[in-house]
Design a protein around this ligand. Structure first.
Ligand code: 0WE
Length: 260
């Protein structure tokens, strides 16, 4: 029997079969969870519905996290299927493309900063805010972060401060919801070639550099992240909240490395 048997999970952030959210959905389904998937736009509806079928997920709902209305409507629809749920996964980030190339002060704008923080950080808070009345007594919220939250990374630019804000939100939400039995954590994943990463200049070079430095000497996969996510959202992690867990092959622990 899987360690998520009896749990109901809502997962936001699938855009393709390379999405981290898809790795998480597969791992959670494998461990016995019932899954509901959300999709950002009609453009993605059919693809996400097919992927849902593949893991036996019967619920597929539209959700653009930039709209409070859409978040509220998503939970209203969800409540028609499930009286409560146990797991919320937020695997969503966005900054306008022009924010992610070039020197930080040359490219950052007020509008770009607002959008990056709204979609990549506040939307996690909004999903918790409007979903909390449906959360069960032993539930878990999870979001995805990146090392740029705590270290400067070339070209990551305003996404760094947005991820820093997201990680602070993990701690504030954990403090607020802990008494209700709700745990809130983040996974800081190493770089993975997803749709969101395609078009990021020199991404292949970044992956090679990462694998040469990380103690595990390889890149991480959506399976690596999915398994850690399933654990963190299960009762096996009942004592863990407000935490950022690095699923990065140890990359962030290295202070100096020598060529092999
Ligand atoms: O958080 C991310 C990427 C998030 C992201 C990606 C895009 C591409 C398409 C946010 N907004 C957009 N907007 C778009 O128009 N990662 C951790 C992956 C990533 O992105 C980078 C990285 C890494 C790693 C950008 C620059 C440098 C490194």
């Amino acid at each position: 029997m899987g360690f998520l048997t009896g749990k109901r999970a809502v997962i936001a952030g699938i855009a393709s079969d390379r999405s981290i959210a898809w790795g998480i959905a597969q791992a959670m389904a494998r461990e016995g969870a019932e899954i509901a998937l959300t999709y950002q736009s009609e453009r993605l509806a059919e693809r996400v519905r097919e992927m849902a079928a593949e893991i036996g997920a019967s619920i597929c709902l539209p959700l653009d996290v930039s709209s409070d209305d859409e978040i509220v409507r998503m939970y209203e629809s969800l409540a028609g299927h499930w009286p409560s749920f146990d797991i919320l996964v937020h695997s969503v980030a966005y900054a306008p493309r022009d924010q992610l190339v070039g020197r930080y002060l040359d490219t950052v704008t007020r509008e770009g900063s607002l959008i990056a923080h709204d979609i990549s950080s506040y939307s996690f808070v909004a999903m918790a805010k409007y979903g909390r009345s449906l959360l069960s007594k032993q539930s878990a919220l999870l979001t995805l972060s990146y090392l740029g939250a705590v270290r400067s990374i070339p070209n990551y630019n305003i996404m760094g401060p947005a991820k820093a804000s997201l990680e602070a939100n993990v701690r504030f939400m954990a403090a607020d919801l802990g008494a209700a039995g709700v745990r809130v954590n983040g996974i800081s994943a190493g770089p993975i070639k997803t749709l969101a990463a395609s078009g990021v200049g020199d991404f292949r070079q970044m992956l090679q550099h990462f694998a040469s430095i990380a103690p595990l000497r390889r890149n991480v996969t959506i399976e690596d992240v999915g398994n850690a996510a399933a654990f963190l959202c299960s009762d096996l992690a009942s004592g863990i909240t407000g935490e950022i867990v690095y699923v990065d092959g140890g990359f962030h622990t290295v202070g100096m490395s020598m060529p092999d």
